[in-house]
Design a protein around this ligand. Structure first.
Ligand code: GUN
Length: 290
């Protein structure tokens, strides 16, 4: 039996549809949600993400501006742009696309984004709020993974969740989200990484296995428990093909549910970015009316 597909395209369309009345109301109130996307350099994957974000904003009636800067842009110049966007009333969300060129310290730049406009949820303030169970903006990819599971009635509650990958943008925040006490979380979470010995001992215990390590097809069928739910966060270029961190063809014969690449988590990330932008605009309107 082949696994059922966790369709991120269909699910993200539902999420976006639900945002429409909120966007309409905000626009009516003179507070059309607005997001600024900053891209430094010409990383090909980043270019594609940024284009997709732009297109999605257009479709939903979210105001968006792109700042495309050369790879040689000095760090101070980028920080100055962020400071200007912090002051810009049309802009409720600021997203600086990662990775940044090696001469720029990512952290320095991210720390300058106003926490109220941090729609990526990468600022230490927002990560700290997440950690203590009182989040404002959740990082988009982890939130997209959680939302995808919940909309397929695959709640992580009481489940063994194993996350492969410990990045600051996916693995670590996702572990924090799923371990919280409360609905849609409350899982027993294990995190594996390059320092893990006998990786498959852990992955085979997973009721829900989440691959977010950036290694093409690392997760093979022998590493997956029969009937497990497998979520693939990876986006890797192999030749001219885009593949995930999971050997999809093999693992789909063992898993009960599996997310494809492309068409799985990727579209969910963009939908959650839109949701965070709408939330940021709602919070700005509340502050204005307070
Ligand atoms: N690079 C890869 N994923 C992301 C993301 O979610 N946000 C930003 N800003 N950069 C990324």
């Amino acid at each position: 039996m082949s696994a059922q597909i966790l369709d991120g395209k269909k699910t993200s369309a539902e999420v976006k549809e639900e945002l429409k009345p909120r966007i309409a109301y905000l626009t009516e109130q003179g507070c059309q949600p607005g997001v600024a996307v900053v891209l430094v350099g010409d990383d090909p994957a980043s270019q594609i993400y940024v284009r997709n974000k732009e297109r999605t904003c257009e479709k939903l009636g979210i105001y968006s501006v792109q700042h495309r800067l050369p790879a040689t842009t000095p760090q101070e110049e980028l920080i100055e742009l962020v400071n200007n966007l912090n002051q810009d009333e049309r802009i409720h969300g600021i997203l600086v696309q990662l990775p940044l060129p090696p001469h720029i310290q990512e952290r320095e730049v991210l720390y300058h984004i106003s926490p109220e406009k941090d729609v990526d949820g990468f600022h230490p303030y927002n990560l700290g709020r997440l950690m203590i169970g009182d989040p404002v903006f959740l990082p988009c990819t982890p939130w997209g993974v959680q939302e995808l599971l919940l909309r397929y009635n695959l709640s992580p509650e009481g489940k063994n969740v194993v996350i492969v990958g410990r990045s600051n943008i996916v693995g670590k925040p996702l572990a924090m989200m799923l371990v919280q006490k409360g609905r849609g979380a409350n899982a027993t979470v294990s995190m594996c990484h390059t320092g893990t010995r006998n990786l498959s001992t852990y992955t085979r215990m997973a009721d829900i296995l989440i691959a977010a390590c950036g290694s093409p097809r690392l997760i093979t069928p022998d590493m997956v428990k029969e009937g497990a739910v497998v979520v693939d966060v990876g986006i890797n270029k192999v030749g001219d093909k885009t593949v995930g961190d999971v050997d999809f063809e093999g693992v789909k014969e063992v898993a009960s549910y599996i997310s494809p690449v492309p068409g799985g988590v990727g579209p969910m990330t963009i939908a959650m970015l839109m949701a965070n932008t709408v939330k940021a605009a709602e919070r700005a309107l509340q502050r204005k009316n307070a």
